[in-house]
Design a protein around this ligand. Structure first.
Ligand code: FO1
Length: 325
């Protein structure tokens, strides 16, 4: 089954790893959020892309989920001695990725081309595509004013309340040809348990992307998502607080409402802990699957991926036989 997965950072990388374990080689495409990208020390850094890349290459730091395992920080230490700001710490090995990317971009390659080259050089067969080749930067409005995403996320440790979110540059963005082709040939679309506002939100906001998903769903391709909020708490990061501050319920139901409002999904997966929310989510017009959604090792990544792909296939089989769920 040809699968396209929409993903942010750590949660997206875990599900992508599960999908890579169960989908035939070459049949998986991951479209990643680029709203978190930034320039650091003159280098272009793409955190969500690199988290997915390192995870799929088996190189990710298992404790923090992002960055490279057994990393050292000699360059960051030396930069700090030179008086540079190093609150966003680039590891020594990680820096090689950013140098490679920045050189290729300066030579005129598109971000999608560079992403494909990086995956090939690291031996990753999954296609990891930036959501767009345009420059999009997520910014958040807090009581301290508008902040760049990593300023809020890393420097201020997600402490300020987020009052508003903006994806700067999104109006001029388009889906790159490789992403469009992947969506046009997809047999299932999977939305990872990433932050619905600052990870999946920017991807869905790329002009034309939701229309591609709608066209795929019109052809009978199932779209299935999973909540990254379990028992009212985000598995990682500030999604629960963000949802509440923006007036949504901080729960799997709040996530489902956002995706239902966008017309994104057919099926929504929730954790057993949230079974009681199933009725309200079904009332949004989504089929609900209740299962274990917490991913903490390779086997649990694969288990959730398998559950999602088989639920998607079952939905597609029922819908093509005319039996609507
Ligand atoms: N997260 C941190 O909390 N502190 C860091 O210093 C940091 C550096 C960093 C460098 C490269 C990279 O690819 C990711 C990095 N991250 C760091 C993670 C990143 O800020 C976030 O996890 C994502 O942007 C949110 O998905």
């Amino acid at each position: 089954m040809r699968v396209v997965c929409l993903a942010g950072g750590v949660g997206g990388a875990k599900l992508a790893d599960g999908l890579q374990q169960i989908v035939a080689p070459g049949e998986l495409t991951v479209i990643v959020n680029t709203g978190d990208d930034l320039e650091r020390h003159g280098l272009t850094v793409c955190p969500d892309h690199d988290t997915v890349l390192y995870t799929l290459a088996g190189m990710a730091d298992p404790a923090q989920g992002w960055g490279i395992a057994d990393e050292t920080f000699e360059v960051a230490t030396r930069l700090a001695q030179l008086g540079e700001e190093t609150w966003f710490r680039l590891g020594d090995r990680d820096i090689a990725t950013h140098i490679f990317r920045t050189e290729r971009l300066r030579a005129g390659a598109r971000p999608t081309e560079v992403a494909l080259e990086l995956a090939a050089r690291l031996g990753v067969r999954t296609r990891i595509l930036p959501m767009t080749d345009a420059t999009v930067r997520t910014r958040v409005r807090t009581d301290a004013g508008w902040l760049d995403f990593q300023d809020y996320f890393v420097r201020l440790r997600q402490e300020p309340e987020v009052r508003e979110v903006r994806y700067e540059g999104i109006a001029g963005a388009t889906v790159a040809p490789e992403g469009r082709e992947a969506l046009r040939s997809a047999e299932a679309i999977v939305v990872a348990p990433s932050n619905p506002i600052v990870s999946i939100g920017p991807i869905l906001a790329v002009p034309g992307l939701l229309a591609e998903i709608a066209a795929a769903r019109g052809r009978g391709v199932p779209a299935i998502g999973v909540s990254g909020i379990v028992g009212g708490k985000a598995l990682r990061g500030p999604a629960d607080r963000m949802l509440a501050a923006l007036g949504d319920e901080p729960s799997a139901l709040g996530v489902a409402r956002r995706y239902a409002a966008a017309g994104l999904l057919d099926v929504f997966v929730i954790d057993r802990a949230d079974e009681a929310l199933g009725g309200a989510i079904r009332a949004l017009g989504l089929e609900v699957v209740v299962t274990d959604t917490i991913m903490n090792d390779a086997a649990s990544h694969a288990a959730l991926a398998r559950e999602m792909v088989s639920a998607a296939a079952a939905w597609a089989a029922r819908s093509s036989s005319g039996v609507r769920p």
